[in-house]
Design a protein around this ligand. Structure first.
Ligand code: UD1
Length: 337
């Protein structure tokens, strides 16, 4: 298939590009480098042996999108491009509605003009809000707890409405749990700007000496060791989930939502212990108060992805850590400018 990846140089987009090429597909990447670097393109060429077909375009730029879709033909798009920081979304909601929601609408309009009616959308387990009905199934009630989560839910609903209005549309919203890990080459990985908001990149920056100590946000949760539990999934498993989802669009599935997780919950302390053991590096920690908006535990019911897509996450926690550590130790300051 010929596939457009918006946000193609981002963390999940870049790993998905590798997985799609490995599976024999052709990819065109689009990104505005608002949260990624051009060096990703060189690294992708080194991994795949192929120069990337790339357009520097902001997904809200209708003229830019039209140019890409006029110059290329596509069977489907995978839409990753969107801002994703919860705290920033609370401070700057309009940025999130313009880029997260407006970017999705602009992309869908451009696709419609070119009769490309197949899309895989990057959604998030954040749409389950604070639900403690574990494991989380796709038919669990959704709940908005911040503007970022609202953009994800709104885009899911837009896709559902679109399919309702025009049955030619096939749209699969993938609800990601907590992506971690990196390509085993150590050439691409997660490179957050500024202070990492998420646990695994924070741990790896402590491990490499960029930060002195990991703050554990609460050890008084109702979990076995008191720290928060999440469903960490290797980014290459997640990437392969996108390959399965985009290939599944060919069977005309209409609109659907599917969790991408492992189905296993890991606590903050368990993740820190695994990192120290696998990387062989001490991670100093200090327990501080809970982070506002965090729930105690979240993990997926991953059975729908297995049933519908024939996909299951297969990489272990140790592989996630080993691959993060290889990426971080080979690139202590992330990608070069
Ligand atoms: C966070 C977002 C979620 C978003 C996801 C995207 C919040 C409240 N939630 O999810 O909406 O979809 O990122 O990747 O921001 N932790 C620490 N110390 C740290 C960082 C995290 O103890 O420095 C703990 C958290 O309390 C949590 C776990 O580690 O228990 C995982 O945190 P994180 O990686 O931020 O993921 P989520 O909170 O699941």
């Amino acid at each position: 298939m010929k596939i457009l990846l918006t946000g193609g140089t981002g963390y999940i987009g870049s790993h998905t590009a590798v997985a799609l090429i490995d599976a024999g597909h052709q990819v065109t990447l689009l990104d505005d480098f608002s949260n990624s670097k051009a060096a990703v393109l060189d690294r992708l060429r080194d991994i795949t042996g192929t120069a990337m077909d790339f357009f520097e375009v902001d997904v809200t730029d209708e003229v830019g999108l039209e140019k890409v879709l006029s110059e290329r033909t596509f069977d489907a798009a995978i839409h990753f491009a969107a801002p994703k920081a919860v705290g920033e979304s609370i401070e700057r909601p309009l940025l999130y509605f313009k880029n997260g929601v407006g970017g999705t609408v602009a992309l869908l309009q451009a696709m419609e003009r070119h009769s490309i009616c197949n899309i895989v959308y990057s959604s998030s387990a954040t749409v389950y809000g604070m639900s403690d009905d574990l494991p989380l199934r796709e038919d669990a009630p959704t709940e908005v707890i911040n503007p970022y989560g609202r953009t994800k839910l709104m885009c899911e609903e837009i896709l559902q409405d679109l399919h309702q209005a025009d049955g030619r549309w096939n749209a699969t919203a993938l609800r990601y749990f907590n992506p971690v890990g990196a390509h085993p080459s150590g050439l691409i990985g997660e490179d957050p700007q500024g202070v990492p908001a998420n646990l695994m990149p924070f741990i790896s920056q402590v491990a490499v000496g960029r930060r002195p100590v990991l703050q554990i946000f609460g050890d008084d949760y109702p979990t076995p060791d008191g720290t928060g539990i999440r469903d960490y999934i290797h980014v290459l498993d997640l990437a392969e989930g996108h390959v399965a989802a985009v290939e599944h669009l060919a069977s005309d599935p209409g609109y659907d939502v599917i969790n991408l997780g492992t189905g296993n919950g890991i606590s903050v302390r368990e993740l820190v212990d695994a990192f120290e053991r696998v990387a062989g590096v001490p991670i100093p920690t200090e327990v501080v108060g809970r982070r506002p908006g965090d729930g105690p535990a979240s993990w997926a019911d991953a059975s729908k992805a297995a049933d519908v897509l024939g996909w299951t996450a297969r990489r272990s926690l140790d592989e996630m850590v080993a691959d993060v550590w290889r990426w971080q130790s080979q690139n202590p300051d992330g990608y070069p400018d």
